[in-house]
Design a protein around this ligand. Structure first.
Ligand code: DC
Length: 215
């Protein structure tokens, strides 16, 4: 598979991956692939059906029947736009849980590689540089301190009109980082050949400049 025109951006929750990846894709004229939204889409569908996340067989059947797609920046599950339902604390947690199930990862990895076949893609997630596109031309790992990531998430949630304390967000972020980085399959980790960017003290523009200067 030709991964020459693929740029991967992995990293923990709240590191600014989405903002940076979307803008990078826009500037380069590449497509943008939000793989977190795909795990969230599966989590939403499982929740909708009332499935037990530990029930592998049910999740496997769910994936077999699922039609997952994008329409611009919107994520569609069986034709329904679920974009506004997948960004809740419950879906944060459930998407992290379903992402630890091998049948779900196999199903999504296959779709992601298919979407990457034509290249010219900025792929964002946890395992883009390590598992899905190991031969990508440029790999980045975007991170920031848990404190800073919690602060940014708090600003986002306030913007959405939701009430949550800094401590609650920090605890959620740390729990999800731990689950994502210690799971047995495709854990969150920096690829050996990636460039790590700590954005704790950087603006979005600073991060973009760093990435663009590397590529
Ligand atoms: O990036 P995000 O917060 O929208 O991702 C939601 C969850 O999906 C995250 O906690 C872990 C999982 N995920 C994953 O395991 N692999 C990816 N490539 C992307 C997301």
């Amino acid at each position: 598979m030709d991964h020459l025109n693929i740029i991967t951006i992995d990293g923990p929750a709240g590191a600014g991956k989405s903002t940076v990846s979307r803008e990078l894709a826009r500037r380069l004229g590449f497509r943008y692939l939000d793989t977190g939204a795909m795990y969230r889409g599966v989590a939403w569908a499982a929740r909708r059906k009332g499935l037990d996340i530990r029930d592998k067989k049910a999740l496997s059947e769910l994936c077999n029947d699922l039609r997952l797609g994008f329409s611009g920046d919107r994520i569609l599950v069986n034709g329904q736009d679920v974009s506004s339902f997948i960004r809740t604390p419950e879906m944060d947690r459930l998407s992290s849980e379903v992402s630890n199930v091998d049948v779900v990862r196999q199903y999504l990895t296959e779709i992601q590689r298919e979407l990457g076949r034509e290249g010219y893609l900025v792929a964002e997630g946890r395992d883009m540089g390590t598992v899905v596109f190991p031969q990508a031309a440029h790999k980045f790992f975007l991170t920031a301190s848990a404190e800073e990531r919690a602060q940014r998430r708090k600003m986002q949630t306030e913007y959405q009109g939701k009430e949550i304390t800094h401590e609650e967000i920090l605890a959620q972020i740390e729990a999800r980082d731990l689950a994502d980085s210690t799971r047995s399959i495709a854990p969150l980790q920096a690829a050996l050949d990636c460039i790590v960017i700590d954005s704790s003290d950087l603006t979005v523009e600073d991060v973009l400049e760093k990435i663009l200067s590397e590529i």
